[in-house]
Write a protein that binds this ligand. Sequence first.
Ligand code: NAP
Length: 254
Amino acid sequence: MNRLQGKTAVITGATAGIGMSTAIQMADSGVDLYLTGRREEKLNQLKEDLESRYGVSVTPAAFDIQDSDACVKFVDSIDKPVDILVNNAGMAKGTDPVYSASFDDWNTMIDTNIKGLLYLSRLISAQMKERNAGHIINVGSIAGHESYPGGVVYTATKHAVKAITEATKKDLHGTKVRVSMVSPGLVETEFSEVRFSGDKEKAGSVYKGMQPLVAQDIAEIILFIANRPDHVNIMDTIVFPVDQSSSTMVHRDE
Ligand code: NAP
């Protein structure tokens, strides 16, 4: 049963990977979309594709989610109630240990994965609380459930996403607003290329000899969470590829 037809969603980080796949699947379910990311051209292309293929309305908004003023301007520009907010934009930078990692990388991860997600949650949850309706779905990670060497700040940001999800649910306790999270393991997207600053060989080695998840696998779960009846609130979903059992346990063919 499709309960999403006619709803309106904001999806952050829709220019690639999990966000883009979620946008496609939501459009296929009849959801009008506000899509964000920094790459304007990709957003405009997506608008053209999704509007012509699915007949939904797609509004692109290109801005850096680290910029709180830009987040305010974006939310002010939305002229209808937001039923679903998918806080997906996020990234990892580097795998250096605590004693040698770069402050810049740390600041970018904290400002994107924690503060950007908080800005949009703050701004959009207010109208959801007011209307006593809506659903916030945060994209966390298995890195929010366990830490690993070389991920001191990335894993900290995803632990923060878990804490933010749980505290947001509690702040909205007694309302009909739902708050959920999805926690993926290895998904083959642009994520590793971003983490290794465009080094395709290093990025490819992350998935070598194993079968990772694809963006569509996670998007399907986000759609499932969003499509539950109004009284059902899925808090979290931890999703590994079958070849992975923890952040550091990955089975690879010889
Ligand atoms: P991706 O393909 O690199 O997509 C990341 C998206 O986030 C892009 O659309 C990017 O858009 C956007 N973004 C990054 N920084 C931004 C900024 N400062 N302002 C606005 N948008 C920004 O990676 P993905 O794997 O789909 O990642 C999506 C989410 O899944 C992230 O939160 C990530 O932490 C999480 N995750 C990924 C994996 C994995 O293995 N891939 C596992 C667990 C969790 P622009 O570049 O156009 O700005």
